[in-house]
Ligand binder design. Structure first.
Ligand code: FAD
Length: 493
């Protein structure tokens, strides 16, 4: 007999709700706990998972396997090529291991929900109890409702209700103990699993050696790394977060998104740490930097709640139906220029190059580049959403979709359609010294002063052409007017 924990986006031992319950159950039943993870190349394909993210997951599994082995808990990792066969394969494994109980943390994406439903039923038929529990969000989706009993579609009142809920339900921030040690006999019994390797990267998500090395040093994997980074951020930077979070040329944010996306850090632990550093020992009040940071993590919960309640947002539909009628341009050259960071707008180009190099982009720049694609180039926001997903180490369906919907004004509680970021003003305001631009667009390094934001306007045109920096692919004034008109026509204003 055994108890099984199925790892998905919760790749940690500490503060893992389902794993904690699985361990307790195993202890109570005096049977070993077995952990498993299924690598699904088809899922990676269908969900546009970036190779850098797959690499991070596989490296994290190595760390996890080692940590679990110290507790005599075997971690079994298998690649299942056909994703439709995953539930059946899991069932086979559960039977092979004589499992009576399997534990998982709930995910809100449609495919995952459907798969879990299939597995719950299949387990039931075989007399195996499958327990699906809430873990990824601080507040479980469905808990917060408007006065009329609906899901909130506006962040601010939702956030007020989120804070109140957490304050009156302290278990939302409970720390779940790490699993306890398996009986020593598990070592022998599951020797094959202990010896089995973590599978290689699926061919559809492979990286070059150069990329592997680069990402390995940029994104050290595993929960220890996440906890260290959180502690450092809470000690050194969180107090100033409200001010520094908007400056892409500085390290003002936590860079923890990769850990939230893979579950190497629980959102609970992050908020608990931040709350405990606050003078009020609450989520609100007290230190402004701490409050703001917590409210950003709340955005993550918000978008997950939105996705759970309106699953059509996962299916390429705008949250607001009237925005489905906007006539987009499908200019391939402009799209390519945006992807490669060759738009002639230095702040946009710097940001896209940061994404291509690191698999990560600063939040301010995600907003600038997304707005630029949807509003200046008038290119379907879904193409940008897809490109981000394919390149982000922290790619998260709900947050990415929410961020694109906000920027393109098609989403839930978005930026109004007539607010069109002026990339030049954004650049002057948030990268005033041009440090970020100079780092990511090195050919502009020698441009002095304010000209960095708009090199062709005041720089040496011949010199710029020689360096190879492109001219603007679209003029701001023209783009703004075209956008307003096209949006108005589309949404029938
Ligand atoms: P910090 O500023 O330190 O914030 C802490 C945490 O709060 C983040 O790690 C993240 O989990 C959460 N958070 C912060 N801002 C947001 C936000 N606006 N929406 C939701 N959660 C937030 N975030 C992702 O995790 N995955 C994505 O795929 C993603 N795509 C985005 C696409 C667009 C167009 C936009 C505008 C935003 C997107 N975001 C996404 C949100 C945000 O940009 C990142 O979470 C943030 O930049 C990550 O850096 P950090 O960890 O240093 O954040």
């Amino acid at each position: 007999d055994s108890v099984v924990h199925w790892f998905k986006c919760d790749l940690r031992t500490e503060d893992n709700h389902a794993l904690h319950l699985a361990s307790q159950k195993a202890k109570g039943e005096k049977v070993p706990l077995i952990a498993m993870y299924i690598v699904s190349p088809q899922d990676f394909e269908a969900h546009l998972t970036a190779p850098v993210r797959v690499d991070f997951i596989l490296r994290t599994l190595e760390v996890l396997k080692e940590d679990l082995a110290k507790l005599d808990i075997p971690l079994y990792v298998e690649t299942v090529e056909n994703r439709k066969k995953i539930p059946a394969r899991i069932l086979e494994l559960l039977q092979e291991w004589g499992a009576r109980h399997v534990y998982v943390n709930e995910e809100y994406e449609v495919d995952e929900l459907r798969r879990e439903t299939v597995l719950v039923r299949a387990c039931l038929d075989k007399g195996i109890a499958m327990e699906v529990v809430s873990d990824t969000c601080i507040v479980r989706s469905g808990e917060l409702q408007t006065g009329s009993g609906n899901q909130y579609a506006v962040y601010t009142p939702w956030y007020r209700s989120w804070v109140a809920h957490v304050h009156s339900n302290p278990e939302c921030l409970e720390l779940y103990d790490s699993p306890t040690k398996n009986p020593a006999s598990a070592r022998k019994k599951y020797a094959d699993i202990f010896k089995s390797p973590i599978p290689d990267t699926p061919p559809n998500k492979s990286l070059t050696n150069e990329e592997k090395g680069r990402f390995r040093s940029m994104w050290p994997a595993g929960e220890h790394e996440a906890r260290e980074q959180l502690a450092k951020f809470a000690k050194e930077r969180i107090n100033n977060y409200d001010v520094s979070r908007n400056i892409p040329g500085e390290v003002g944010t936590s860079s923890l998104s990769v850990h939230f996306a893979s579950g190497t850090l629980s959102a609970r632990s992050a908020v608990r740490t931040a709350r405990d550093s606050n003078t009020t020992k609450k989520l609100d009040g007290g230190n402004q930097g701490i409050q703001t940071w917590i409210s950003e993590i709340a955005w993550r919960d918000f978008y997950k709640h939105v996705m759970a309640n309106w699953p059509f947002v996962c299916m390429n539909k705008p949250f607001k139906p009237e925005y489905a009628n906007i006539e987009w341009e499908y200019d391939k050259e402009n799209f390519q220029a945006w992807c490669e960071g060759r738009t002639g707008y230095p702040i946009v180009d710097a940001a896209m190059r940061q994404l291509n190099h690191c698999g990560w982009m600063h939040n301010r720049c995600r907003m600038i580049t997304a707005s630029f694609l949807a509003k200046h180039l008038l290119i379907d926001w879904r193409m940008g959403e897809r490109y981000f997903m394919e390149h982000l180490v922290d790619g998260d369906m709900a947050s990415n979709n929410g961020g694109w919907g906000w920027s393109a004004s098609t989403g839930v509680d978005p930026q109004p359609y007539f607010r069109i970021f002026n990339p030049l003003l954004q650049s002057e305001k948030f990268d005033s010294e041009g440090n970020y631009i100079r780092k990511w667009v090195p050919e502009l390094k020698t441009i002095k002063g304010k000209a960095i934001h708009e090199p062709y306007a005041s720089g040496d045109v011949k010199e710029l052409a020689k360096i190879g920096y492109p001219k603007r692919i679209v003029e701001h004034k023209f783009a703004r007017e075209r956008c307003l008109q096209r949006y108005k026509e589309g949404i029938g204003k």
